[in-house]
Write a protein that binds this ligand. Structure first.
Ligand SMILES: Cc1ncc(C[n+]2csc(CCOP(=O)(O)OP(=O)(O)O)c2C)c(N)n1
Ligand code: SF4
Ligand SMILES: [Mg+2]
Length: 289
Protein backbone atom coordinates (compact mmCIF):
# COMPACT_ATOMS: atom_id res chain seq x y z
CA UNK A 1 0.00 0.00 0.00
CA UNK A 2 1.40 3.38 -0.85
CA UNK A 3 0.46 6.66 0.78
CA UNK A 4 0.10 9.96 -1.02
CA UNK A 5 1.87 11.85 1.76
CA UNK A 6 0.80 15.43 2.47
CA UNK A 7 -2.06 16.34 0.16
CA UNK A 8 -2.27 19.70 -1.65
CA UNK A 9 -4.12 22.48 0.16
CA UNK A 10 -2.55 22.16 3.61
CA UNK A 11 -2.45 25.13 5.98
CA UNK A 12 1.29 25.81 6.15
CA UNK A 13 2.53 29.40 5.73
CA UNK A 14 3.74 30.58 2.29
CA UNK A 15 7.29 29.39 1.69
CA UNK A 16 7.16 26.66 4.34
CA UNK A 17 9.00 23.50 3.32
CA UNK A 18 7.68 21.39 6.18
CA UNK A 19 5.04 19.60 4.06
CA UNK A 20 7.63 19.03 1.32
CA UNK A 21 10.05 17.50 3.81
CA UNK A 22 7.38 15.27 5.33
CA UNK A 23 6.34 14.17 1.84
CA UNK A 24 9.94 13.18 1.17
CA UNK A 25 9.98 11.06 4.33
CA UNK A 26 6.76 9.20 3.52
CA UNK A 27 7.67 8.64 -0.14
CA UNK A 28 11.31 7.67 0.52
CA UNK A 29 10.72 5.04 3.19
CA UNK A 30 9.23 2.76 0.55
CA UNK A 31 7.19 0.75 3.07
CA UNK A 32 4.02 1.32 5.04
CA UNK A 33 4.45 3.95 7.72
CA UNK A 34 2.96 5.01 11.02
CA UNK A 35 3.87 8.52 12.10
CA UNK A 36 3.71 9.94 15.60
CA UNK A 37 3.37 13.74 15.88
CA UNK A 38 3.36 15.88 19.02
CA UNK A 39 1.87 19.40 19.16
CA UNK A 40 3.63 21.66 16.65
CA UNK A 41 3.18 23.44 13.31
CA UNK A 42 2.79 19.93 11.89
CA UNK A 43 -0.44 19.30 13.81
CA UNK A 44 -1.90 22.50 12.35
CA UNK A 45 -0.74 21.62 8.82
CA UNK A 46 -2.29 18.17 9.31
CA UNK A 47 -5.71 19.70 10.06
CA UNK A 48 -8.81 17.99 11.45
CA UNK A 49 -10.43 14.77 10.33
CA UNK A 50 -12.17 14.30 7.89
CA UNK A 51 -10.34 17.10 6.07
CA UNK A 52 -6.84 16.15 7.18
CA UNK A 53 -4.01 16.85 4.72
CA UNK A 54 -2.15 13.67 5.73
CA UNK A 55 -2.70 10.55 3.67
CA UNK A 56 -0.86 8.23 6.04
CA UNK A 57 -1.61 6.85 9.52
CA UNK A 58 -0.73 9.46 12.14
CA UNK A 59 -1.07 9.46 15.91
CA UNK A 60 -1.20 12.87 17.58
CA UNK A 61 0.31 12.67 21.03
CA UNK A 62 0.91 14.91 24.07
CA UNK A 63 4.05 16.95 23.76
CA UNK A 64 6.58 14.92 25.70
CA UNK A 65 5.59 11.46 24.53
CA UNK A 66 6.46 11.15 20.83
CA UNK A 67 9.36 8.72 21.32
CA UNK A 68 7.67 6.31 23.77
CA UNK A 69 4.39 6.26 21.81
CA UNK A 70 6.33 5.45 18.63
CA UNK A 71 8.18 2.73 20.55
CA UNK A 72 4.87 1.34 21.83
CA UNK A 73 3.47 1.14 18.28
CA UNK A 74 6.67 -0.52 17.11
CA UNK A 75 6.53 -3.18 19.86
CA UNK A 76 2.82 -3.81 19.18
CA UNK A 77 3.59 -4.42 15.50
CA UNK A 78 6.46 -6.73 16.42
CA UNK A 79 4.25 -8.79 18.75
CA UNK A 80 1.74 -9.17 15.91
CA UNK A 81 4.52 -10.28 13.55
CA UNK A 82 4.07 -7.26 11.27
CA UNK A 83 7.43 -6.42 9.74
CA UNK A 84 6.73 -4.18 6.75
CA UNK A 85 5.92 -0.97 8.64
CA UNK A 86 8.35 1.80 9.57
CA UNK A 87 7.31 3.75 12.68
CA UNK A 88 8.63 7.27 12.76
CA UNK A 89 8.24 10.19 15.12
CA UNK A 90 8.12 13.63 13.50
CA UNK A 91 8.64 16.30 16.13
CA UNK A 92 9.79 19.91 16.33
CA UNK A 93 12.85 21.22 18.10
CA UNK A 94 10.80 22.39 21.10
CA UNK A 95 9.14 18.97 21.36
CA UNK A 96 12.54 17.28 21.07
CA UNK A 97 15.36 19.39 22.52
CA UNK A 98 13.29 20.57 25.48
CA UNK A 99 9.95 18.98 26.32
CA UNK A 100 10.52 15.50 24.86
CA UNK A 101 14.16 15.14 25.85
CA UNK A 102 13.74 12.81 28.85
CA UNK A 103 11.46 10.45 26.93
CA UNK A 104 13.70 10.62 23.86
CA UNK A 105 16.71 9.77 25.99
CA UNK A 106 14.91 6.69 27.33
CA UNK A 107 14.02 5.48 23.83
CA UNK A 108 17.61 5.97 22.63
CA UNK A 109 19.04 4.20 25.67
CA UNK A 110 16.65 1.23 25.24
CA UNK A 111 17.45 1.13 21.52
CA UNK A 112 13.73 1.17 20.74
CA UNK A 113 13.00 0.30 17.14
CA UNK A 114 11.96 3.73 15.85
CA UNK A 115 13.08 6.41 13.46
CA UNK A 116 12.91 9.77 15.24
CA UNK A 117 13.04 12.85 13.01
CA UNK A 118 13.51 16.20 14.71
CA UNK A 119 12.57 18.93 12.27
CA UNK A 120 14.53 21.88 13.51
CA UNK A 121 13.06 25.31 12.75
CA UNK A 122 14.97 26.58 15.78
CA UNK A 123 12.05 27.87 17.90
CA UNK A 124 8.52 27.12 19.10
CA UNK A 125 6.97 28.44 15.91
CA UNK A 126 3.38 27.26 16.25
CA UNK A 127 2.79 29.25 19.43
CA UNK A 128 4.48 32.47 18.33
CA UNK A 129 8.27 32.07 17.86
CA UNK A 130 9.41 31.36 21.42
CA UNK A 131 13.00 30.37 22.08
CA UNK A 132 13.85 26.65 22.35
CA UNK A 133 17.05 24.94 23.43
CA UNK A 134 17.80 24.53 19.71
CA UNK A 135 17.51 28.25 18.94
CA UNK A 136 20.99 29.41 17.90
CA UNK A 137 23.13 31.90 19.80
CA UNK A 138 21.98 35.52 19.39
CA UNK A 139 18.87 34.69 17.33
CA UNK A 140 15.91 36.96 18.02
CA UNK A 141 12.71 35.26 19.18
CA UNK A 142 9.71 36.71 21.00
CA UNK A 143 11.19 35.48 24.28
CA UNK A 144 14.74 36.59 23.43
CA UNK A 145 14.04 40.14 22.28
CA UNK A 146 16.52 42.97 21.66
CA UNK A 147 19.89 41.20 21.95
CA UNK A 148 18.83 37.65 21.02
CA UNK A 149 19.43 34.32 22.76
CA UNK A 150 22.24 34.38 25.27
CA UNK A 151 23.04 30.67 25.12
CA UNK A 152 24.44 28.44 22.35
CA UNK A 153 22.25 26.00 20.39
CA UNK A 154 21.70 22.68 22.16
CA UNK A 155 23.25 19.96 20.00
CA UNK A 156 20.68 17.16 20.06
CA UNK A 157 22.38 15.00 17.38
CA UNK A 158 25.53 14.97 19.49
CA UNK A 159 23.47 14.00 22.55
CA UNK A 160 22.02 11.09 20.56
CA UNK A 161 25.52 9.99 19.52
CA UNK A 162 26.49 10.02 23.19
CA UNK A 163 23.57 7.61 23.80
CA UNK A 164 25.16 5.11 21.43
CA UNK A 165 22.29 5.41 18.94
CA UNK A 166 22.49 3.00 15.99
CA UNK A 167 22.23 5.75 13.40
CA UNK A 168 22.39 9.52 13.80
CA UNK A 169 22.34 12.03 10.95
CA UNK A 170 21.90 15.70 10.28
CA UNK A 171 20.10 16.84 7.14
CA UNK A 172 18.75 19.94 5.42
CA UNK A 173 15.66 20.67 3.35
CA UNK A 174 18.00 22.53 1.01
CA UNK A 175 19.73 19.26 0.04
CA UNK A 176 16.90 16.84 -0.52
CA UNK A 177 18.89 14.04 -2.16
CA UNK A 178 21.16 13.86 0.87
CA UNK A 179 18.05 13.83 3.11
CA UNK A 180 16.36 11.08 1.05
CA UNK A 181 19.50 8.92 1.17
CA UNK A 182 19.55 9.24 4.96
CA UNK A 183 15.84 8.45 5.31
CA UNK A 184 16.34 5.32 3.17
CA UNK A 185 19.38 4.20 5.11
CA UNK A 186 17.73 4.85 8.47
CA UNK A 187 14.62 2.94 7.35
CA UNK A 188 16.67 -0.11 6.45
CA UNK A 189 18.21 -0.39 9.92
CA UNK A 190 16.43 -1.61 13.04
CA UNK A 191 16.89 -0.09 16.48
CA UNK A 192 16.94 3.56 17.45
CA UNK A 193 17.67 6.00 14.61
CA UNK A 194 17.72 9.78 14.80
CA UNK A 195 17.76 12.45 12.07
CA UNK A 196 17.91 16.18 12.77
CA UNK A 197 16.53 18.10 9.81
CA UNK A 198 17.39 21.78 9.45
CA UNK A 199 14.17 23.50 8.35
CA UNK A 200 14.26 27.30 7.90
CA UNK A 201 11.02 29.05 8.83
CA UNK A 202 10.29 32.26 6.86
CA UNK A 203 7.91 33.54 9.53
CA UNK A 204 10.08 32.97 12.59
CA UNK A 205 13.47 33.68 10.98
CA UNK A 206 12.05 36.75 9.24
CA UNK A 207 13.05 36.27 5.63
CA UNK A 208 11.05 36.52 2.40
CA UNK A 209 8.96 33.44 1.75
CA UNK A 210 10.58 32.74 -1.65
CA UNK A 211 14.02 32.42 -0.03
CA UNK A 212 13.53 29.26 2.04
CA UNK A 213 15.68 27.03 -0.18
CA UNK A 214 18.35 29.74 -0.47
CA UNK A 215 18.53 30.16 3.31
CA UNK A 216 18.63 26.38 3.84
CA UNK A 217 21.46 25.99 1.33
CA UNK A 218 23.44 28.92 2.73
CA UNK A 219 23.31 27.41 6.22
CA UNK A 220 25.24 24.43 4.83
CA UNK A 221 27.45 26.29 2.36
CA UNK A 222 28.67 28.70 5.05
CA UNK A 223 29.40 25.80 7.40
CA UNK A 224 26.83 26.95 9.98
CA UNK A 225 24.89 23.68 9.56
CA UNK A 226 27.01 20.57 8.98
CA UNK A 227 25.68 17.52 7.13
CA UNK A 228 26.92 14.20 8.47
CA UNK A 229 25.90 10.70 9.39
CA UNK A 230 27.11 8.57 12.25
CA UNK A 231 26.87 4.80 12.15
CA UNK A 232 28.71 1.98 13.94
CA UNK A 233 30.93 4.45 15.77
CA UNK A 234 32.02 6.27 12.61
CA UNK A 235 31.15 9.79 11.50
CA UNK A 236 31.08 10.69 7.82
CA UNK A 237 30.52 14.12 6.30
CA UNK A 238 27.93 14.08 3.51
CA UNK A 239 26.66 16.32 0.70
CA UNK A 240 28.40 19.69 0.29
CA UNK A 241 29.76 19.52 3.86
CA UNK A 242 32.21 16.82 2.74
CA UNK A 243 34.04 19.53 0.75
CA UNK A 244 33.92 22.18 3.46
CA UNK A 245 36.38 21.00 6.11
CA UNK A 246 38.73 23.78 5.02
CA UNK A 247 37.20 27.04 6.14
CA UNK A 248 38.44 28.82 2.99
CA UNK A 249 36.04 26.72 0.89
CA UNK A 250 32.97 27.94 2.77
CA UNK A 251 30.88 30.97 1.81
CA UNK A 252 31.13 33.92 4.22
CA UNK A 253 28.84 33.39 7.21
CA UNK A 254 27.40 36.89 6.77
CA UNK A 255 25.65 35.74 3.56
CA UNK A 256 23.53 33.42 5.68
CA UNK A 257 23.00 35.71 8.66
CA UNK A 258 22.15 38.91 6.77
CA UNK A 259 19.23 37.31 4.90
CA UNK A 260 17.42 36.81 8.20
CA UNK A 261 15.66 39.48 10.25
CA UNK A 262 16.21 37.42 13.43
CA UNK A 263 19.92 38.30 13.16
CA UNK A 264 19.49 41.95 12.04
CA UNK A 265 20.59 43.32 15.45
CA UNK A 266 23.96 41.54 15.48
CA UNK A 267 27.12 43.47 16.35
CA UNK A 268 30.54 42.64 14.88
CA UNK A 269 31.42 40.99 18.19
CA UNK A 270 28.26 38.84 18.01
CA UNK A 271 29.22 37.64 14.53
CA UNK A 272 32.76 36.83 15.72
CA UNK A 273 31.31 34.83 18.62
CA UNK A 274 28.98 32.92 16.26
CA UNK A 275 31.98 32.13 14.03
CA UNK A 276 33.85 30.84 17.08
CA UNK A 277 30.97 28.49 17.97
CA UNK A 278 30.87 27.19 14.37
CA UNK A 279 34.63 26.66 14.44
CA UNK A 280 34.29 24.61 17.64
CA UNK A 281 31.67 22.45 15.94
CA UNK A 282 34.02 21.78 12.99
CA UNK A 283 36.86 20.97 15.42
CA UNK A 284 34.61 18.33 17.00
CA UNK A 285 33.78 16.94 13.53
CA UNK A 286 37.49 16.73 12.67
CA UNK A 287 38.12 14.68 15.81
CA UNK A 288 35.25 12.33 14.95
CA UNK A 289 36.16 11.51 11.34
C1 LIG B 1 2.16 20.36 27.33
C2 LIG B 1 1.97 21.43 26.30
N1 LIG B 1 2.57 22.60 26.47
C3 LIG B 1 2.45 23.57 25.54
C4 LIG B 1 1.68 23.37 24.42
C5 LIG B 1 1.52 24.49 23.41
N2 LIG B 1 2.27 24.24 22.19
C6 LIG B 1 1.71 23.68 21.10
S1 LIG B 1 2.73 23.64 19.77
C7 LIG B 1 3.97 24.40 20.65
C8 LIG B 1 5.28 24.73 19.98
C9 LIG B 1 6.07 23.54 19.54
O1 LIG B 1 7.34 23.93 19.11
P1 LIG B 1 8.19 22.92 18.25
O2 LIG B 1 8.22 21.58 18.89
O3 LIG B 1 9.51 23.55 18.00
O4 LIG B 1 7.36 22.78 16.89
P2 LIG B 1 7.00 23.96 15.84
O5 LIG B 1 5.81 24.67 16.40
O6 LIG B 1 8.18 24.85 15.75
O7 LIG B 1 6.68 23.23 14.58
C10 LIG B 1 3.58 24.66 21.97
C11 LIG B 1 4.41 25.33 22.99
C12 LIG B 1 1.05 22.11 24.28
N3 LIG B 1 0.32 21.82 23.20
N4 LIG B 1 1.21 21.16 25.23
S1 SF4 C 1 5.49 29.05 11.34
FE1 SF4 C 1 7.27 28.43 10.09
S2 SF4 C 1 7.47 26.17 10.30
FE2 SF4 C 1 5.41 26.79 11.04
S3 SF4 C 1 4.06 26.50 9.26
FE3 SF4 C 1 4.73 28.68 9.25
S4 SF4 C 1 6.62 28.73 7.97
FE4 SF4 C 1 6.19 26.56 8.50
MG1 LIG D 1 10.21 24.48 16.26
Amino acid sequence: MSFKGVLPGDSSCPGCLLPVALNLVVSSIGKKVVSVVPASCTSVIQGYYPKTAFDFPTINVPFASAAPVAAGVSYALEIRGIKDVVVFAWAGDGGTADIGMAALSGAAERNDNILYIMYDNEAYMNTGIQRSGATPYKAWTTTTPVIGKREAKKDVAKIMIAHGAKYVATASVGFHQDFIAKIRKASSISGFRFIQLHLPCPVGWRFDSEKTVEVAKLAVETGAWILYEYQDGKLRLTGPSAQLIEESRRKPLEEYLLLQGRFSHLTKEDIEQIKKLIKEQWEWIKKMI
